[in-house]
Design a protein around this ligand. Sequence first.
Ligand code: CA
Length: 158
Amino acid sequence: MKTLRLAPLLLFMTVQQSLSRMSNEDSGRRGCEKGWIKREGRCYLFSRNRRSFPDGVNFCTENGGSLLEVENKEEENWVNFQCLIRGYSGGVWIGIVDISHNGTFLAVSTQNQPSYKNWAPGEPSRHLNQEHCGFIWVHTNQWNDAGCGRPEHIVCKQ
Ligand SMILES: [Ca+2]
């Protein structure tokens, strides 16, 4: 009787230990720091909280990375999956900004036009000329320009 009652707890503990061992092995063997996830030689950090675009840039810098700049569809699909399983809704900031406020979005890292783009139909809309930062709508996996102060989730990349 006692064993039966303990069984779920033991199972839970075993699963917890395996998960913890897996994540330690994962971060150790593949060279990502704790909390970061490896994909194709890069490491990604998914924020727990929402932040403004500038706070997101700082958050990533403080953690030794930079705000996500999407390189291709495969990476974008992977990031989107990671966002969905974390229960993200709304948007995820990406490192593109309309510095000149004329609707030309440039990558934060290079200040060049991004080689890969995935704007939603009608975007960038520059709504009221107040949308100068780019994000990905999690539910459609397409890009939008939005006001840089709005709180959205952050994905950092190393
Ligand atoms: Ca927009």
